[in-house]
Design a protein around this ligand. Sequence first.
Ligand code: PEP
Length: 249
Amino acid sequence: MRRPFVAGNWKMNGSKASIRELLDGLNQGIAGVTAEVAVCPPSIYLAEVAEQLDGSPISWGAQNLSQEASGAFTGEISPAMVKDLACTYVLVGHSERRSIYGEDDALVAKKFAAARAMGVKPILCVGETLEEREKGVTEDVVGRQLDAVLELEGISAFNDAVVAYEPVWAIGTGMTASPEQAQDVHAFIRQRFASHDAAVAEGLRIQYGGSVKGANAAELFAKPDIDGGLIGGASLDADEFLSICRAAS
Ligand code: PEP
């Protein structure tokens, strides 16, 4: 039985004051949520988030990390720093990193490997653009994104990782994939892993991301291969995020 997992990706939002208020709201409302819950703040706030979540069931993660160990990489965050801040998770391959910062499949695979080498669990984000969906190549694109990591790290790496299926056209647009559209791709992803190792595939948590809200979360999470969500905009509002967490519980 897979424990549902909801993670909030705050992206480049928030301030010390707003984050304190958001975490107060989450800490107050988290009782009774049985799904696993994590938040991914901007890295500059990770230390404060770690302090405020000390003793809370909510864990935290980084939104990105460097594939390099240390040195002259101005502005980057090393895997060891992510570990030092006690991050349980780190997002790798978010579509904004792929499209705005040019991260290709090979680089994403290196980041995935760098996180694992530090004992930080990667949340590997994959998904197709609208153009790719309309061309009918969704499975080719998602399969290629998964294979890049599988080839570098092997199937056993996914014992301790999470996959987030995030159709690019649904991220931040208000255009959620229908539960059926999402389930189809989630089933494809699980099948891809099952062709390597059925047990790993069965245990793998696959989150859905893309305009999830309290109002649409339950019908998405009811699908058999959807094991929770990666939540952007709605994770910035404590009540909305908690209602998504409850829908996954
Ligand atoms: C995301 O950024 O991972 C995301 C899913 O964003 P949103 O929920 O705002 O679509």
